[in-house]
Design a protein around this ligand. Structure first.
Ligand SMILES: [Fe+2]
Length: 478
């Protein structure tokens, strides 16, 4: 609009004889300039962090901890459906043992418990992993700080975490949201900005972790370095995992045909607790949220295991217990970026009507290396013959957020489709992360934080209204 006003001022200040001669041409030019600024949709921010590809930090930036066979790559995630268990995972590089985790509640150091891990390792082309340990500690008290120790002698390492409050409809809880992180200098900036926020209690991770597969022969040392990279958060608070295409690690040219091999050996999730048959899709409850993680890269057509599981999952969600229903999946269903355009369409066709019928609050995705937030819209009327294939406002629909902007080595997705479609409320090609602060059963505050120089800058924020308890229209501050 500023450009259009400038043009108008320019025309008005021209000598009148010239204006009279050039009047028809000037009018055409003026109309073209005006129309170029018209968009059907919301805001396209033209702030661009930097267009060039991001550079990976060297492997040497992530040395293993000191001490013989010191436990490393420590990470935790919820171990059951309600938050009273924790899966503790770590790697011992040289020897299998010790394979125990010692843990105790704060203030109860005399009452220590031990849990043995299950141990596994895998080979991937010319790489052999260390010994990967997973131990599920159970029957924890809610809302309690626990300390835990791994290793022995001088190589002993101690960590802590806090269990969530008991599941309930008005329990406040704060999640970080990160996707497509990788291990570049930009990833580091995203991560440091996330770490500087002391409110977030757990991370909803929307897929594409290490980007090891972007290195020659899927250099699996990059899986090790990534786990060391995020340990300073992930050893202390649970990250909830969703798989992306960079977890597939399919490479038949080097004899690697088993999908998700490194990921499934390294990252365990409590899928059996939600009656899932695969670690690639599962659900958990945490505080006042019900979180469903789906796999964009597993079969989801009618009659498949994932389809059948999700169909049975929605009726289990009790909004009187967990008002906030959040779905995580990697490939976005609504994406107005030229990168990965329409890749989420087939899953949208299968699942969107369920999201609307069940009043899902938020659908979080990654994959596209930019940020975008949709309006509450649906596109569920289309039945091949009725031509009703335009997304329309729908108060029962989720807000779709694409947040694959963690900062990986593939760089930004900086080409949006133009004009901005009406379903797109805000979009920007920058790296960043988001924070979701659930306040009670009706309200949650959501903010996307753009990486800018040395600080996290809030660039898009919104008070979210719960679809079940308070289905009013939100008004963006963007
Ligand atoms: Fe991806």
């Amino acid at each position: 609009m500023l450009l259009q006003l400038n043009n108008l001022v320019f025309f008005l200040t021209m000598p009148s004889a010239i204006v009279a001669k050039l009047w028809p041409a000037l009018m055409v030019l003026f109309l073209v300039v005006c129309c170029a600024g018209v968009s059907n949709g919301g805001v396209t921010s033209h702030y661009v962090r930097k267009p060039e590809a991001s550079v990976c930090m060297p492997k040497a930036a992530f040395p293993p901890p000191q001490g013989f066979n010191a436990p490393e790559q420590v990470h935790i995630t919820q171990g059951d459906h309600v938050g009273r268990s924790m899966i503790i995972s770590w790697v011992t590089p040289m020897e299998k043992y010790p394979n125990t985790v010692t843990y105790w509640a704060e203030g109860k150091g005399k009452d220590k418990h031990k849990k043995h891990s299950s141990i596994k390792f895998y080979r991937y082309f010319n790489y052999t992993s260390g010994y990967i340990h997973h131990a599920t500690i159970k029957r924890l008290e809610y809302n309690t700080r626990y300390f835990y120790e791994l290793g022995n002698g001088k190589a002993t390492r101690q960590f802590f975490f806090t269990t969530p409050p008991k599941v309930g409809p008005d329990v406040p809880y704060t999640f970080g949201i990160i996707g497509d992180m990788g291990q570049t200098y930009d990833s580091n900036q995203t991560f440091e900005h996330y770490m500087s926020n002391t409110k977030a209690q757990a991370v909803l991770y929307v897929g594409d972790l290490s980007y090891a597969d972007d290195h020659p022969y899927h250099d699996n040392v990059r899986w090790d370095t990534w786990a060391r990279f995020v340990e300073k958060s992930n050893a202390y608070q649970p990250w909830f995992w969703t798989v992306g295409n960079h977890e597939l690690d399919l490479a038949p040219e080097i004899g690697e045909n088993k999908p998700f091999k490194p990921y499934t050996h390294r990252y365990h999730v409590p899928y059996r607790a939600s009656k899932s048959t695969s670690p690639l899709w599962y659900s958990i409850k945490r505080a006042s949220a019900y979180i469903i993680c789906l796999s964009s890269y597993s079969a989801y057509g009618k009659y498949t295991a994932q389809y059948n599981w999700l169909k049975q999952e929605f009726p289990k969600v009790n909004r009187a217990e967990t008002p906030w229903l959040i779905v995580l999946l990697h490939s976005p269903m609504y994406n107005s970026n030229n990168y990965h355009y329409m890749e989420g369409e087939s899953m949208r066709v299968m699942f969107e009507s369920w999201f609307v019928e069940n009043k899902v609050d938020l659908v979080l995705s990654g994959h596209v290396h930019a940020y975008e937030r949709s309006e509450r819209i649906s596109n569920v009327k289309y039945n091949i013959t009725d031509r009703l294939c335009t997304p329309v406002k729908n108060p029962s629909a989720p807000i779709y957020i694409t947040i694959g902007d963690g900062g990986n080595m593939e760089g930004l997705a900086d080409r949006f489709t133009e004009p901005q479609p009406s379903y797109s409320a805000f979009r920007e090609a920058s790296f960043g992360h988001a924070i979701l602060e659930i306040k009670n059963r009706t309200h949650a505050y959501y903010a996307w934080n753009r990486n800018q120089d040395n600080e996290a800058v809030m660039a898009d924020s919104l008070w979210l209204y719960n679809r079940y308890w308070y289905p009013q229209e939100e008004h963006s501050s963007a």
